[in-house]
Design a binder for this molecule. Sequence first.
Ligand code: SF4
Length: 405
Amino acid sequence: MCQRFSRPSRRCGVGGYTSAVSSVIEQSPWPSHRWTAFRRALRDWYVREHRPLAWRPAPGQRGEPYAVLVSEAMLQQTQVATVEPYFDRFMKRFATVESLAAADEADVLHVWQGLGYYRRARHLHRAAKMIVDEHGGRMPSTADALIHLPGVGRYTAGAIASIAFGERTPILDGNVARVLARLFGIDASIDEPATKAALWSLAERVVAGRLAAGDLNQAMMELGARRCTPRGPKCPRCPVRGFCAAAQAGRAEQLPVRSGRRAPKAVTHRVIAVQRGRRWLFERRGDVGLWAGMWQMPTFEGGAQEPGAGRNAAEPRRFAAESFVAERFGVDLGEARAVGRFEHVTTHRRIAFVVHRAMVHGGRLRSGAGVWRTLDAADDLPMSNAQRRVVQMVAASAQVGCSIA
Ligand code: SF4
């Protein structure tokens, strides 16, 4: 039999992904009584087995809007178990949208520190300001209005509107897309715009009944996180197995189909830990780009082929650390000594960190170029996990008083 949502094939006689997917959506792949039974099975499982979380309302209840906003910002690209302690810490420090709006960005980044993807923190901060300045401190209550907040896309708007305000509006994130692709046996890439549009239509059907949309949306996310996992889906324990095309065809592991993703770009970040007595030099990154606004030890960023990038590079200690530091900070360095190296991978970059240290021999720190801190006091500066690791390496090397070549 011809699989619905399948790749185009002669046997199916359809013209491409778009027609294959959208025609099924137009016809609706399930009759309404099947949707009703599906929603009930999904919701009942969620009521029985949901994980109680600090930001999550009890089934049938509505969430506190500010807590839902913060949690949704933190949960983007991050798992629940990682978010939980950060959420508690954040809510203790910024208990209300007003307190967040009034905070300095550096304080917000510092509390967010370690969670990564710092753009989310800056967006959340700006969203809080907008809620206070333009909405009198009250969160907009519809997905259409929420989507105008910084950092709030269609998914996040739908999540907040349905969970906190009960709006019957869908969500589609990686978890939900995976569940739907398997339920309906969708062979087309879920990265294709036509497939995404089809998945949004299916997500709308999920919340179209009389059951609370917030519960159903959270149930779909919970199902994706705990049963319909990317690898090793737990189909025998799945509450909607009887509805699932992929499970019935024994193809759950093969779905969803993803388009090829670009490999992370290889780059090198060369750190010069600059020491003056007991204090070290730190600089603030610019306001845009990776780790914007975070602090770091002086770092020169280059491509993978910069001089000294490889272990066998001819002059790894003379990649111009002295002139780089003199030019940017106005201080003169003694001989740089190697501290160590490590790799840090982000969504788009594979970064080789190469760390050196050097003593100041002269010059004067240029105004506004950086600050001197002891390594202990540097705890107060918001820093990426990678730069925290740099500081730890430098601290260890300073303790033993030697270099690691
Ligand atoms: Fe996912 Fe398996 Fe459940 Fe289908 S039966 S939704 S593949 S866990």
